[in-house]
Design a protein around this ligand. Structure first.
Ligand code: NA7
Length: 554
């Protein structure tokens, strides 16, 4: 229902219980779950359809780094039985198809409003409601607000002199157009060699006339599993889904690691890998690499915790890459030397290194020759000009906090989230912030989020939020927010479990730490203590009546 306030604003009133911001997988499941709890829910989405990450990241080569049979929802046994995954690790188009199937099957769009970017989120002290205003000036109010805005949803472009003057086509991998982009015969340049760049580069090389890769920091990347899905494997998953979902709940990364028993063709048993790389002789290390490839390095526990083991792994990695690249100078440029394996999110690729053996691909090392300026016709480094028809930014995201801070959230007494988070995100369980009653974040900073299978993390968060709202309604309480002491001690715990891992090594500069955004506080944002430990803490709060929270009538 629409009504007019005294100040002349049109307000949608009456019956919304929960406003959800975002219609990616988190917003989609939130709509489904809250609706089933009998709540009136409305989701607001900036894009013109559902899908979130998989809606925006349509760049050639985009693909998930979690196996699809795991990166799927577990809330509906029927959904598990009816969906077919064509590949073991799915491409963006297949994941978006899955998302669309869910939206149709559960009729989610009827509770969603698209093309609606939320410009501000303000707590009303007098009415105990959240007031959301869209960029177009539309106003929505509800007692509960759920920010399902994603961890990697704000693409960033570096400030490079002259960027606006470029007259060719400009794209960002994180907001790739829906319409097909024709690169045939074109001179394409790409800046950035993180996951997105590494996935896109081999495809762009195939599609374009010539590809120039502008690399600042070389990446550690391991070959992805490229297998088609076998029917027998999919069927065995279907038969064991309840067991698989239970295994996900007790795995640190929310992945069951279920191995189909009857259906897998086993030519030979995989050799047992010792847990410490340092326990192996140099010859044994070579044997492991030859038998299992670069990915084997990541299976050694000490590679992630022991600097010496890490450097041994880094050296083995570099030796392997040197053998893959024809031109020794290009090989040296591609070798990561300033940080170790395990510092950043592991990148998986298809034909990345092989691509640099092509005659129509040029690698520019921006440390040797930085970009001086983008001109109207291309990129000028300190040594040369590169004429381009297309310039692609694969320069990443303002991760984890970006979308929340851009939403201009104001809590009690008009306090801005930007103020509260000036020195880094402070939240309890990555779910709620003190001073921001009834505002929930899905996979927020301080939760396992990006270190966990995202769909498992989303379901757990949304279920917890749904139960929490139900509890408030059943007990005639109107607000919930964490006690300041709870969020403080949680943040200390989040930091203490991250200390001593490769993630926080002094040489490491990752988006997990906010190090990719100039001026962003350097804080390790996700919870590295494992999904089960985290989930148990959330469950303890709910089953004990939310002792870490202030639950009140005001
Ligand atoms: P990432 O992993 O943040 O990578 C961004 C890339 O862009 C990285 O190679 C950066 O180099 C590069 N970059 C950023 N700014 C510049 C400038 N000014 N000049 C040159 N190069 C630059 O983002 P992705 O999108 O690849 O991946 C993000 C996550 O999405 C990924 O981990 C998956 O979880 C999905 P740098 O390392 O900063 O020197």
């Amino acid at each position: 229902m629409l009504s007019l306030t005294k100040s002349g604003e049109i307000v949608m009133t009456g019956s919304i219980d929960v406003l959800v911001v975002g219609a990616g997988f988190a917003g989609m499941y939130a709509v489904h779950r809250f609706r089933n709890l009998g709540l009136n829910v409305k989701a607001l989405e900036a894009g013109d359809d559902i899908g979130g990450t998989w809606y925006w990241n349509r760049y050639p080569g985009a693909r998930c780094d979690v196996p699809s049979l795991e990166y799927s929802f577990g809330f509906s046994p029927e959904l598990e039985q009816e969906w077919d995954w064509p590949e073991v690790f799915s491409a963006q188009a297949d994941i978006l198809r899955y998302a669309n199937h869910i939206a149709d099957r559960f009729d989610l769009r009827r509770n969603m409003q698209f093309d609606t970017r939320v410009a501000s989120v303000e707590w009303q002290d007098d009415t105990l409601q959240w007031k959301l205003t869209s960029e177009a000036g539309e106003v929505f109010e509800a007692p509960y607000c759920v920010m399902a805005t994603g961890c990697l949803s704000v693409p960033i472009k570096p400030e490079i002199a002259g960027a606006a003057s470029f007259r060719g086509e400009v794209y960002h991998t994180g907001s790739w157009p829906k319409e097909p982009v024709n690169l045939e015969g074109k001179r394409v340049g790409i800046i950035g060699t993180g996951s997105s760049g590494v996935q896109a580069i081999p495809e762009l090389a195939r599609q374009s006339g010539h590809l120039t890769v502008f690399q600042r920091t070389p990446v550690y990347t391991i070959p992805a599993n490229r297998k088609r899905m076998r029917d027998a494997v999919q069927q065995e998953f279907r038969e064991h889904y309840r067991e698989i979902r239970a295994l996900q709940q007790v795995n640190a990364g929310g992945v069951s690691n279920f191995r189909p028993r009857k259906s897998v063709r086993r030519t030979e048993e995989a050799p047992r890998v010792p847990t410490r790389l340092l326990d192996l002789t140099p010859e044994q290390r070579q044997q492991v690499l030859q038998a299992q490839g670069l990915g084997a390095l990541l299976a050694f526990r000490d590679v992630n915790t022991h600097p010496e083991a890490n450097e041994v792994a880094n050296t083995l990695y570099r030796e392997t890459v040197r053998r893959m690249i024809k031109d020794p100078a290009t090989a040296e440029r591609l070798l990561p030397k300033t940080y170790g394996l395990g510092c950043k999110r592991q990148v998986l690729d298809r034909d990345y290194y092989e691509t640099f053996n092509r005659d129509d691909v040029t690698l520019i090392d921006l440390v040797e020759t930085p970009i001086d300026q983008i001109t109207d016709t291309g990129v000028r480094t300190t040594s040369e000009r590169y004429e381009l028809d297309v310039l692609i930014y694969a320069t990443g995201f303002d991760a984890m906090t970006g979308a929340l801070l851009r939403a201009n959230i104001r809590g009690r007494d008009g306090v801005e989230l930007k103020q509260k988070w000036a020195d880094g995100p402070v939240a309890y369980l990555g779910l709620q912030m003190s001073g921001f009653p009834n505002l929930f974040t899905v996979t927020g900073p301080g939760s396992p989020s990006v270190l966990c299978n995202m769909l498992v993390a989303i379901e757990q968060h949304v279920n917890w939020i749904g139960d929490c709202v139900t509890h408030l309604q059943a007990t005639n309480q109107r607000t919930i927010e964490p006690l300041p002491g709870s969020e403080q001690s949680w943040i200390e715990h989040v930091n203490s479990v991250a200390d001593g891992t490769m993630y926080t090594a002094p040489t490491c500069n990752s988006w997990y730490l906010g190090a990719n955004v100039p001026g962003k506080p350097r804080i390790f944002m996700p919870y590295v203590g494992g999904f089960p430990r985290y989930r148990e803490r959330c469950e303890m709060e709910a089953s004990n009546g939310y002792p870490g929270f202030r639950v009140a009538k005001d």
